[in-house]
Design a protein around this ligand. Sequence first.
Ligand code: ATP
Ligand code: MG
Length: 332
Amino acid sequence: MALLSVEHLTRHFPLGRSLGAALRRLPRGWIKPVEDVSFGIGEGEILGIVGESGCGKSTTCNLLAKLDEPTGGTIHFDGADVTTLSPAELKRYRTHVQMIFQDPFDSLNPRLRAFDLVAEAPRALGLWDEAEIARRVPEMLALVGLPPERYAQRYPHQMSGGERQRVGIASALIAEPRLVIADEPVSMLDVSIRAGVMDLLRELSKRMNFSCLYVSHDLSILTHLCDRVMVMYLGQLVEIATSHDLVNDPRHPYTRALVAAVPVPDPAHRRPAVEIKGELAKPVNPPPGCRFAPRCNLAMPACSTTPAMLTVGDGHTVACHAVAATAGATAR
Ligand SMILES: Nc1ncnc2c1ncn2[C@@H]1O[C@H](COP(=O)(O)OP(=O)(O)OP(=O)(O)O)[C@@H](O)[C@H]1O
Ligand SMILES: [Mg+2]
């Protein structure tokens, strides 16, 4: 059984209306950044989400972390429905599911030292007494590569971006979560230190045996780090596969374009470029059907209806009418 199971997850936000539009009773518009998204995360698995800016990655993370509530669909964690948790169960969920944020400067309280930043969650959740916290926090700082004798008393402004993000990781991991949601945790960091922070997260996920949902708009980062990757386009899940299959056998036209754009280190081996026409749209009042269709070279009349997720290989599913029309695919 998957640790986390998401079915038909949907989030719509009402668009603000001017007073004039409200008085004239013009219909309200909607932003639809997450539309009917279904996936699961296994125990100890690292699942990546990739997609362009505004495609709903952070909104999905916020729903899973219960920082926001869905418009529709269900989230099950360890078999329990997350939308109907009692206060005691919600507290347990907040211990089991932790988030690492994009901006380590913004997400850390500037008035707290590293020790107290890492101790913040266990204190708020009432997990341990101060003696236990005094034992665990230095251990955790050491585990993320920050020797406590040098770092425990430092404020965020006395650390580099990479060190601050390591404090962010320590804060997320101190309560021994079962799922870590990392929303672009290295995108604000210098390129030279990104790999170190990612490798640390991967190593710790194996050692502490937590699952991870890792968001990035950089496919090459995800395929290096993740067991499986899901691709989102304007709020819709378009393809999900193992990192290997996604890179070597992408099926959705959008995934093909993403893969084609990833640089290959061997100059003798060039991937053919795949063009996407048009500009990136926003998920504002999207018409029904496949949201990639207006930019897709393979678009056909059927694309005005939403394609079902089709299984095209072991653990490999794709939502595309053109793929369904050509492949011997089987419906999920
Ligand atoms: N609270 C909100 N109210 C209204 N619209 C919102 C809200 N939160 C997100 N949106 C809109 O939903 C869309 C998706 O936003 P989201 O932050 O999930 O994208 P993202 O994939 O994380 O993008 P990025 O790569 O830039 O971080 C955007 O168009 C955004 O403006
Ligand atoms: Mg985001």
